[in-house]
Write a new protein. Structure first.
Length: 445
């Protein structure tokens, strides 16, 4: 029952029934389902933590640590109301993550769950595409109109950008989720199964690529490149990957919009992104220990409620930098460490001397690694530290490592001083690289 309810939780997360059926507006279907799922799944959650010692779950420890770090900044300022507000908000995300790693506990469940997620993505993509092309009209779904200046003529050009609903009601967020889903869709396409199902996954992949193009998201494009590149590297080796890149990259550039494939840090949104990174690095410098507090908009921050001339500060558009500025050195390192450990854990299973015993998990490994890599790269251009999809991706990585039985057995990655030291080194290296990049850009500009 718990796993079935969790499938419904994810359906509500992606499809958002209340935004398709107006009569359901005001009903918090997702919250009701996840509470019911948590109640029904309590025995499996307890069993999971009894059979998986917490020191062998570095990603889970990082997630719990982020929750604590979020509470520390307002608590240190004796702002108990803000501590409760931000803590409860992120606690709901942690509950989702715990349910995922506890319930997706067998190879069959993981494969089914991947297929279910892709089916939910397909429904979301189909609805948004129909809305974009004005085949249907839903008041809760909107197409974003954006603009850019033509460098040759100086003329302002307006264009539409595809966006989803709910937590994907932003072209960049929508694109990043599709970029992470694309490698998993390829996995099901390559699996030996009914030809009709293979046709379905092929059509779905084509729709994903088309939707990615319509979002015109540069960050999503980079995420897609990273995911497909890592997938090809783990499946075919670096020589074949280079050959595939020489053929596939020009084709991808032809298929996608010129705005999306024009990557520059010296003009347009690229320039704005770097300036925002510089501002948020200053925020981190001003609050290095505990951070300034979680960046979570309040009800009074609604655009309709703001006074004339009052503007909200833009987010960092870099999740790792956002985490450092919001939660200080501890929370930022833990957030970076969660993805560091997720990727490291899967890479350990891909070594030549390691054999993943279950055939489906063995075939899935490079595709799952590609999905996590795509989302990780996407986080470099978006602030998504506290949303469910981020912890969905982390949970998938943890679930995969948990159910992938290897021969010889791979020792558990223990969260000890040595592993923590590597995480700290990765954090310092990241901050140093960001600082050097931003300073070089500012001095050059």
């Amino acid at each position: 029952m718990g796993f079935f309810l969790f499938l419904l939780v994810n359906a509500a997360l992606f499809v958002r029934p209340a935004e398709i059926i107006p009569d359901l507006l005001g009903w918090n279907i997702y919250l009701f389902l996840i509470l019911a799922c948590a109640a029904a799944s309590l025995p499996e959650v307890v069993r999971y933590f009894l059979t998986h010692p917490i020191d062998t779950q570095p990603v889970t420890l990082c997630v719990f640590g982020i929750l604590a770090a979020i509470a520390l900044a307002p608590l240190a300022m004796m702002d108990f109301e803000e501590t409760l507000r931000t803590g409860v908000y992120f606690l709901k995300v942690v509950v989702y993550y715990v349910l995922l790693v506890s319930l997706v506990n067998a190879p069959g469940r993981l494969r089914f769950f991947v297929g279910w997620l892709l089916a939910c993505c397909l429904v979301l993509t189909a609805i948004t595409l129909l809305q974009y092309h004005e085949v249907i009209e839903l008041q809760t779904l909107k197409t974003l109109t954006d603009s850019q200046v033509d460098r040759a003529t100086g003329e302002v050009l307006y264009f539409n950008r595809l966006q989803g609903s709910g937590i994907f009601q932003d072209p960049n967020d929508m694109c990043m989720m599709l970029a992470a889903a694309a490698p998993l869709c390829l996995f099901l396409l390559f699996e030996k199964q009914n030809p009709a199902l293979r046709l379905l996954w092929g059509v779905e992949l084509a729709l994903f690529i088309y939707a990615i193009a319509l979002t015109r998201s540069r960050g999503g494009f980079l995420a897609l490149l990273a995911g497909m590149g890592v997938l090809a590297w783990r499946r075919f080796g670096w020589r074949r990957t280079l050959a595939l890149g020489c053929v596939g990259l020009p084709l991808l550039l032809l298929l996608l919009d010129s705005r999306q494939t024009s990557i520059s840090a010296s003009e347009g949104t690229g320039r704005t992104r770097v300036q925002e990174w510089s501002d948020w690095m200053m925020e981190f410098r001003d609050h290095p220990l505990l951070g300034k507090g979680m960046s979570l908009a309040k009800e009074e921050d609604d655009p309709k409620e703001r006074l004339p001339g009052q503007e909200l500060k833009h987010l960092a558009h870099n999740s790792f930098l956002q985490a450092y500025a919001d939660t200080g050195i501890l929370g930022g390192t833990l957030f970076l460490g969660a993805f560091f450990f997720a990727l490291w854990s899967m890479l350990r299973l891909g070594r030549e001397e390691i054999h993943v015993a279950e055939p489906t998990m063995r075939r899935l490994l490079p595709f799952m690694l590609g999905a996590v890599a795509a989302y990780t790269v996407g986080l470099l251009t978006l602030s998504l530290c506290y949303v469910v999809p981020t912890y969905l991706v982390l949970g998938l990585a943890v679930a995969f490592v948990n159910v992938a039985v290897c021969q010889p057995a791979v020792p558990a990655l223990r969260f000890d001083v040595r592993v923590l030291g590597r995480c700290a080194v990765a954090g310092v290296a990241y901050l140093a690289a960001m600082y050097v990049f931003v300073r070089l850009f500012i001095n050059w500009a």
